[in-house]
Design a protein around this ligand. Structure first.
Ligand code: CA
Length: 239
């Protein structure tokens, strides 16, 4: 596959890395930007407390000017923000410290990128409802399609499209990740909460129904052996 430019998800998949080790932070920033996040970097606890809201925050528990735990407690005022504590050691008390402070999850250094991305996915899923509630009025616009996240109304070329609950959730998931591919496993897990084989046909049926209802101006591409991607231009990001 050619390397398509990866863009941050429009509805604001913003990630903040709070990490004083410049080499670690730089590496993470590169990988997460490639994964489609809008990445922000912060190196101190003082700065972290004043930072703009994010969808996900990675907090190193060992910061030079203060306690990562304190930062996590401050972040807990925003339910729509998912917090992952990053601990340098695998000692249990370190993990407990992070979770006690209110982190949604923790990860132990050194960690692999697939593990990090999987944990980010999981915490984002848990904060999905809070996020939707915090921006219910911001429609997601992709090419000729508008998705009202709060109202659950979808239009294509200003014509209303009636979707079932599952079809809407599937469309929203693909739209939020667009133009990236969303794997079948991720879709099954997030929409049906299952990875077992019998849901696979259900997914095929829903994709077929969505394609039929959305029409050709909002194509859903099959990436064989992987999953699906919604191919629609984001007019506000071009040019
Ligand atoms: Ca550190």
């Amino acid at each position: 596959m050619t390397r398509a430019p990866i863009r941050a998800v429009q509805s604001g998949m913003r990630i903040t890395i709070i990490e004083d080790d410049d080499r670690v932070a730089r590496g993470l920033a590169t990988v997460l930007a490639q994964a489609g996040f809008e990445v922000h970097r912060i190196a101190t606890a003082a700065e972290a407390v004043r930072a703009a809201p994010s969808d996900v925050v990675l907090v190193d528990l060992g910061l030079p000017d203060g306690d990562g735990q304190h930062v996590i407690r401050k972040l807990r005022d925003r339910p729509e923000t998912a917090v992952i504590a990053v601990t340098a050691r695998s000692e249990e008390h370190e993990r407990v410290r992070g979770l006690r402070a209110g982190a949604d999850d923790y990860i132990v250094k050194p960690f692999g990128i697939p593990e990090l991305l999987a944990r980010i996915d999981a915490v984002l899923r848990r904060t999905r409802v809070a996020r939707a509630m915090s921006h219910p009025d911001e429609p997601l616009v992709l090419g000729p399609m508008r998705i009202g996240v709060g109202t659950r109304e979808v239009t294509v070329d200003d014509a209303s499209v009636a979707l079932t609950r599952k079809e809407f959730e599937l469309l929203l998931l693909l739209a939020r990740r667009a133009p990236n591919v969303v794997s079948r496993d991720v879709i099954l897990d997030q929409i049906w909460g299952a990875t077992w084989e019998s849901s696979s046909r259900t997914l095929d049926t829903h994709i077929a129904a969505l394609r039929h209802k959305l029409g050709q101006s909002v194509p859903i591409r099959t990436i064989h052996g992987v999953g699906y991607r919604l191919q629609a231009d984001r007019p506000e990001l071009t040019g």
